[in-house]
Design a protein around this ligand. Structure first.
Ligand SMILES: Cc1ncc(COP(=O)(O)O)c(C=O)c1O
Length: 361
């Protein structure tokens, strides 16, 4: 029976009980609000996690890329939303094949020119699909910039023989700029207001599909919100537990296990996990991770293979000591590792491959 101490360091560790708690909590909020959960799998990219989400009641799942959906088909998922600007004609055969394996494939229209390109792709694939129209609610990435633009793109979709417009979606990632749960609630209200204005302008009583872990629980249950599509909630990270404060640090289910490999001076410990484990993503205060066992200690700088641990009490760390760290942003951490270790009752119960790791195609 393997324990944490038996793992090769660095390692990515998932607490099975906390993962399940997070999955159940989000599902309960959705069930209570009568809202469908279509979790974004970008965070976990793993068949067993999606299988559990579906078992708990998720209706479908959201993906960024075809490759992710292909890799996670063994979960049994049969309703898929690809929330990205698909345009590449070279993907026609894969798109057709994926469509043939699902009960329902929903694609995204993210602008008028992208909609034209998608139409050509659907022609090449020889399929007709449901689509959601993207609305920019503040991130300023994809999506209609105002209600008039959304109405114009919706009109184009309605004239298409390849697409059926079923709703409006957004990724309100700008909500990560909230610095407190109260701020997050204000951001959610504003997202809902913008979606409502666009819905009014587009007509046809479209359903709303917002998607972000900061706002999901706040938007589920509101009128016309058909589905929410959070991703990061499954594990949590410093962005959710510290920056925005919408979840608790005690509920973070994924940590990086690392070893102190040097103590070059009294105010610094070097660990064997750097940007190739934590990624380059940081909190607004510049942290890559915070120590689970000693929260005053943090990874305040990274090189590729080194993490710089600083903070109160660092002088007590010893070479060879193992510590666990909550990453600043969990999604790229999972995509940087081949496998994760599942911890339950102090034992490493299983090791899961990250099935869709690197499937950005
Ligand atoms: C289109 C889309 N939907 C949903 C999500 C999930 O967001 P989060 O990880 O904040 O829950 C993302 C995240 O980047 C996204 O890009």
């Amino acid at each position: 029976m393997k324990k944490l101490a038996d793992l090769d360091s660095p390692a990515v560790v998932i607490d099975a009980a906390l993962l399940d708690k997070n999955l159940q909590a989000m599902q309960s909020v959705c069930d209570a609000g009568g809202t469908e959960l279509w979790p974004h799998i970008k965070t976990h990219k793993m068949v067993p996690v999606l299988r559990r989400q579906l078992e708990l009641g998720a209706v479908g799942a959201t993906f960024a890329k075809l490759g992710e959906a292909e890799a996670l088909l063994p979960s049994g998922v049969r309703q898929v939303f690809i929330a990205h600007s698909l345009v590449d004609l070279a993907k026609a055969a894969r798109l057709r094949a994926l469509h043939g394996k699902l009960d329902r494939l929903i694609l995204a229209v993210t602008s008028a020119p992208q909609g034209d390109a998608l139409e050509r792709l659907l022609d090449a694939a020889g399929i007709r699909v449901s689509v959601l129209l993207a609305v920019d609610t503040g991130l300023h990435r994809e999506g209609a910039r105002d209600p008039a633009q959304a109405a114009m793109v919706a009109e184009k979709i309605r004239r298409s023989s390849r697409m059926e417009l079923i709703g409006l979606y957004t990724h309100e990632g700008h909500a990560y700029g909230a610095s407190s749960p109260a701020n997050a609630a204000e951001a959610a209200d504003r997202v809902y207001e913008v979606l409502g204005q666009v819905r009014e302008a587009v007509g046809g009583g479209l359903s709303l599909w917002p998607g972000c872990s900061v706002t999901a629980a706040l938007l589920a249950g509101r009128p016309h919100v058909h589905a929410v599509r959070p991703g990061g909630y499954v594990f949590g990270d410093l962005a959710l537990a510290e920056t925005t404060g919408v979840s608790a640090a005690a509920d973070v289910a994924l940590t990086v296990l690392a070893t102190v490999v040097d103590r070059p001076d009294k105010n610094l410990a070097l660990i064997d996990a750097g940007s190739k484990v934590f990624s380059g993503d940081k909190t607004p205060s510049g942290l890559s991770g915070r120590c689970l066992e000693h929260p005053a200690l943090a990874v305040s700088r990274v090189n590729e293979e080194h993490g710089y641990v600083t903070g109160e009490g660092v002088e007590h760390l010893a070479i060879g000591q193992r510590l666990r760290f909550i990453p600043a942003h969990v999604c790229p951490v999972v995509n940087l590792t081949d496998r994760v270790h599942v911890l339950e009752g102090g034992i490493i119960r299983e090791t899961w491959p990250v099935d869709a790791r690197g499937r950005s195609d």
